[in-house]
Design a protein around this ligand. Structure first.
Ligand code: UDP
Length: 204
C-alpha cells in the first residue's frame, strides 16, 4: 500500500513494509496506516460504518504541482517552455487515475453495503513510465521543452528513495461495485494541461 512493498500488483491485505523512522518520508505512510487501524477498530467495536479507500496517483484539473506532484509540474513546465524535469532514470512508473473516476469509485462504494468495514484500492492499474509521461505531456501541450534527467540526489533530500513501481490490484473495487477506472491517461493529461494553461492566463 503506502510503503515500499515490492510485490506487484499491490493488494489491500499485503504486508506493510516501511523504512526506519530516521527517514521522514514514511511518517506519511505510517500516519495513514494508523488512521486505518483506528477506523477499523471503530467499525469492529462501535459498529461505525467505515469504508477505507486507498488512492493511487490521482490526477486531474485543479491539482497543484506545489507539493511536487509530477503531472501538474510537467504540464506547467511544458506550457512555459521550460525543461521538463524527470527525476532519476525516468524508467520508474506509476498508474495515474483521473479524479473523476476516483470520485465515481468512492460514490459507488458508499452505495455498497458489503464495502463497509473493508479496505479498498481506488485507482487505475494502467502503468506508464515517468519518461513516457514527460513525452506525452510535452506533446499534449504542443511544447518544445527539453526533457532533462535530474539525479535523485539533486531532486530530493538525502535518504529519499523513490518507488520504482506502484500498481494497485483493483479487483476488489470491481468485485464490490462493478466499476473500473476508465478515463484514458491521455484525457487526464489534456485536462491537466488545459487547467494549467487557465491558471497561467489568470496569473499573468
Ligand atoms: N517526478 C519527476 N519529476 C518531478 C516530480 C516527480 O520525475 O518534477 C517523479 C517522482 O520521482 C516519482 C514520480 O514522478 O517517480 C511520481 O511522483 P509524485 O510525487 O507525483 O508521486 P509519488 O512519488 O507519490 O507516486
Amino acid at each position: 500500500m503506502y510503503g515500499k512493498g515490492t510485490k506487484i500488483p499491490i493488494a489491500e491485505e499485503d504486508d506493510l513494509q516501511l523504512w526506519p523512522t530516521v527517514n521522514s518520508r514514511w511518517a506519511y505512510a505510517c500516519s495513514k496506516a494508523l488512521d486505518e487501524w483506528l477506523a477499523l477498530a471503530y467499525f469492529r467495536e462501535k459498529q461505525v460504518p467505515v469504508i477505507i479507500t486507498r488512492f493511487f496517483n490521482t490526477v486531474g484539473p485543479r491539482q497543484t504541482g506545489r507539493y511536487g506532484m509530477v503531472l501538474p509540474t510537467f504540464a506547467a513546465q511544458a506550457i512555459a517552455g521550460e525543461p521538463i524535469t524527470v527525476y532519476g532514470s525516468g524508467e520508474q512508473s506509476r498508474c495515474f487515475g483521473h479524479v473523476r473516476d476516483a470520485v465515481e469509485g468512492m460514490l459507488r462504494l458508499i452505495e455498497t453495503p458489503e464495502a463497509i468495514g473493508q479496505v479498498v484500492n481506488v485507482g487505475s492499474n494502467v502503468e506508464v513510465t515517468i519518461g513516457t509521461l514527460a513525452e506525452m505531456v510535452r506533446d499534449a501541450a504542443g511544447s518544445r521543452s527539453d526533457i532533462i534527467r535530474v539525479p535523485y540526489a539533486e531532486a530530493y533530500a538525502e535518504g529519499f528513495e523513490d518507488l520504482q513501481r506502484r500498481v494497485p490490484d483493483v479487483s476488489k473495487l470491481e468485485q464490490l461495485t462493478g466499476f473500473r477506472f476508465e478515463t484514458p491517461l491521455a484525457e487526464a493529461i489534456d485536462d491537466v494541461v488545459a487547467d494549467q494553461r487557465a491558471r497561467l492566463a489568470l496569473s499573468s
